[in-house]
Design a protein around this ligand. Structure first.
Ligand SMILES: *Cc1c(COP(=O)(O)O)cnc(C)c1O
Length: 375
């Protein structure tokens, strides 16, 4: 189905993604770049975002789930892809057959990958992940030598190839946080253990840097950087500014109804907003089902008719209201929820700030009902 006009759309400027990736690469000379395109390309549309990243110079792509990587393969994306969240029961055979690289943080997964490779008849390319202090994914350092051992055994039998050694930061977005040095020290030790055991070599890619580290920690770049949010033009460390990044997404809607109401009119569920004068109300056809968090009630601002307006009353499932005063807005007129800010509209960063969250949550939350439109 395609409609000439839609109630709302997320416009994605692919040239911004290309430029942002080029800028990220300029901050990591000599390193490879793997852009995270998980979660539907941070809400921008996975395949289109992936292609723009590759055009911008990224050599590799990263996804959380194997099924995301397989979707990219089905769309014809041939670049190397690493997937890193792999519970039991995932389609490992398909992943190996499609040459999707796989992260392993525990011996059982190394074995499962090796067995899938045995069935598939081709060696699986594996990145071993160490928990250097993120306290999330990755092998505990105490278990790391055993993980490396198991992988070397499987490598010797020809079922897997160790092509990466990696980790992830907990606090790279908090400049000067003491855990950054601690994690880098632990990563160097984990690399030394792996290399001494025979899992090293110039073909093995070492990587730990997310967007924040890509932009601010030269010593964390190793062989590859692994940015996500910055590729979409959103700052990984807003306190330090925008780093010259350009937001790729503009979220827009068209007013569904405009109506005049008297002073003292309660607006939307719970009547949290009451008009203080005769005024016009405008109905914006986006709601919490589309990722406009209910928590945005009375907090976030949108841009309509050349000025900012705060959301009036409750955000509902499919709609919310803005108070238009006497401004000459009418049904079908465009409302910009957020964009790059160049017209005076709020940015995703401002939405994140007003909702006490990070831009990752704002853009990945935009629902599937909102078409992504590319230019
Ligand atoms: C999402 C993710 C990234 C990218 O993080 P950003 O903060 O968006 O740059 C990098 N590595 C891993 C393992 C991730 O899960």
């Amino acid at each position: 189905m395609s409609f000439p006009m839609t109630p709302a759309e997320a416009r994605v400027d692919l040239s911004a993604i290309r430029d942002n990736v080029a800028l990220l690469r300029s901050h990591a000379p000599g390193a490879l770049t793997m852009v995270a395109v998980k979660a539907d390309g941070y809400g921008h549309g996975m395949t289109a975002a992936a292609r723009a990243c590759l055009e911008g110079g990224a050599e590799r792509l990263g996804t959380a789930y194997i099924r995301e990587a397989l979707e990219l393969r089905a769309e014809g994306v041939t670049a190397p892809i690493l997937s890193w969240i792999i519970p039991p029961g995932e389609p490992l055979d398909e992943a190996v057959a499609a040459e999707v690289e796989l992260s392993a943080a525990a011996p059982w997964l190394v074995d499962a990958i090796a067995e899938a490779a045995g069935r598939t008849g081709r060696a699986a390319r594996v990145h071993l992940k160490a928990d250097t202090g993120s306290g999330r994914g990755g092998s505990p350092i105490a278990d790391w030598p055993a993980l490396v051992d198991r992988a070397l055994t499987r490598q010797a039998e020809g079922t897997i190839e160790i092509v990466g050694l990696w980790s992830h930061f907990a606090c790279a977005d908090i400049p000067g946080h003491p855990s950054i040095d601690t994690q880098l020290g632990a990563f160097d030790e984990a690399l030394a253990v792996a290399e001494k055991a025979g899992a090293g070599g110039s073909h093995v890619i070492r990587h730990i840097a997310n967007s924040a580290a890509n932009l601010t920690l030269p010593r964390a770049r190793y062989d590859m950087v692994r940015p996500g949010i910055a590729a979409y033009g959103l700052s990984p460390i807003p306190e330090l500014g925008d780093f010259g990044l350009r937001p790729a997404m503009t979220l827009t809607a068209r007013l569904a109804l405009v109506k005049r109401v008297p002073a003292g009119s309660g607006v939307s569920y719970g009547h949290l907003y009451v008009t203080d004068r005769e005024t016009k109300l405008g109905l914006v056809p986006l709601g919490y089902a589309d990722g406009i968090l209910r928590h945005a009630t009375g907090r976030a601002e949108v841009f309509a008719g050349g000025r900012r307006r705060r959301i009036a009353g409750r955000v509902c499932m499919d709609q919310f209201v803005i108070d238009l005063g006497d401004d000459p807005l009418t049904e079908g007129d465009e409302v910009i929820l957020f964009g790059d800010g160049s017209k005076g509209e709020p940015t995703a960063q401002e939405w994140a700030d007003s909702l006490d969250t990070i831009t990752h949550e704002i853009v990945t939350g935009i629902g599937s009902r909102v078409p992504r439109v590319y230019r």
